[in-house]
Design a protein around this ligand. Sequence first.
Ligand code: PEP
Ligand code: MN
Length: 269
Amino acid sequence: SDDYKLVSKKWKVKPTCIDLGGGVTIKDGDMAIMAGPCSIESEEQILDVIGHLKENGIRMMRGGVFKPRSSPYAFRGLGMEGLRLWYQHAKAAGIKIVTEVMQVSQIEEMHDYVDVFQVGARNTQNFNLLDELGKIDKAVLIKRGISGTIEELLQSAEYVFSGGNEKLILCERGIRTYERASRNTLDLNAVPILKSKSHLPVVVDPSHGIGIRDFVAQMALSGVMSGADGIIYEVHRDPDKAYSDGQQTLNFAQSALLAEQIRKTFAMR
Ligand code: PEP
Ligand code: MN
């Protein structure tokens, strides 16, 4: 089919390795761990999470400074001021920044402060955004759309890749189904299917995938066993006080244990 080509294994057999510099990579046959709060909240919180990541050998920190919220009255992020503060501390600590870009106009101002641009599930088919991300020299992590098919995720990736940016990571973060007992339905079927169809690395987001803190670790480890190249999850010192997604956010002790379990599980795979 003509729906996607360049991101397919038929086009390129060799798995794509994303090199963020400083020895941080996301690639087939390895296990990348990205962790951090749903939202960047304060300088104190940034330092707190960086300390936790360093203690646990995690080199990539996720966090939103521009937040897509269902309600316009919910916390919408610290914006560029938060990103600049975060960058300063992350750089000093050798930690890479993974953060969501919501619109074309933000790409330029964010560019120098970001290691991985995240395209959120609500923007997977924002084709103007994807076109612009295709023109830059920074890694892009594309989440699967809220009700998006695997095929549509690959077509979204094709937008970026065909624009000239080959530094792409695919992310399964759960889809909306009839099931309401969990926030989303984490579709781990997508992992082996994406890995068989595409040369791009695939990561799993168990936090948004199930949306229930106590079950995030199980789904993360299931993601590892499904063949994922990385796990991205939410962590906060005091999840119940988090500005967003506290219900699915791990505390530091849970996160430390999970990071260790992810590595052990991967080693057994
Ligand atoms: C997030 O990573 O906090 C987020 C908003 O994710 P998603 O776009 O998958 O809902
Ligand atoms: Mn979140």
